[in-house]
Write a protein of this length. Sequence first.
Length: 392
Amino acid sequence: MKAITIDLNSFIPVSAAKEHVLEPRKRRGKIDVPFLVITLILLTFGLVMLFSASYAYAFYNQGNSFYYIERQLLFAVMGVVAMLAVSQVNYKILQKYSLLLYAGSVALLIVALFMRDERGFARWIYIGSFSFQPSEIAKFAIVVLFAHFAAVNASKMKTFQYGVLPFAACLGLVVVLIIAEKHLSGTIIIGAIGIAMMWFGGTRLRYFGMLVGLGAAAVAVILIVPSFMEYATNRVTMWTNPYADAKGEGYQTIQALIAIGSGGLWGTGLGNSRQKYLYIPAPQNDFIFAVVREELGFIGAALVLLLFALLIWRGYVIAINCPDRFGSLLAAGCVTHIGMQVLLNIAVVTNTIPNTGISLPLFSYGGSALMMTLGELGVVLSVSKKSNLHKL
């Protein structure tokens, strides 16, 4: 049997190490204005809907109707500044530090395991009054690392030892850690991101069947653990029949479906949602789209989805027209992450898939998640300065 060997030098970005963080002005183009404008429209739309969805809940729980919007506005301003700053930095610096970024994200996931809450979840790291989900950093780290792997081994991606093995090893470690946190949505998204990046990079299609089989086997082994089996069974039960526990686990889903049904074609009007008045628990979080659907109706909800579709489409245009392989894969990975999160959030809110706690990018409340999203969009803008968009 032939031994599998990997040349580790193939994963060291020599060319990236020689790049300056800021390239000479004559070599840098302008950021893609359509992508930036769509981002800002979605962010503004999201802030308006966040205030509408949260003010009753904020007044009841915090005694201040502006509690959530004030904090989200602060993070939005910082996020936009960060996005614009990142857009001016040469994205190739990420290739130089891709392995370090990945190692750091793994370390943070391990730290989170020692910060479990009363429900046994270990999704957050708390530093004083500030908290963040390390899985958000891990998602971006996987995009960067896999873009790097696929870029430096472009001619070897059809082989198992370069097109599968390093990707599967890195992705498997992160997935195991996130599963240990009992973070189902994070596991789904990061697994999907990894598979998508391998496909973008050129991994042979026949290897994906093997990966799916290994993944299914791993899930089966994990479900043997009683606590995980109970958690998964409960999620599926509440998905197929939320009325089985209408005042408990199924309550949020039921109230969201009522909101969606109440919206009709044109909605009840901005600010006129009834379900946000303590019916939908924490309506400013994962289920904010239900309030959007209720207040703005089918037309308004479709407009939100259209804006996201335009953002993702423009991101792929930027990726396709980037002459640099790493930049192309990086931009594609970032917009794929956002697109997956949007689709899964809508699927959860409409009860198409089990409730897994997935936020809606640029809409749901959460400072660290918002800044990470805007940071990723800043990376896409940085790539756009190298893309040949002026030829379109």
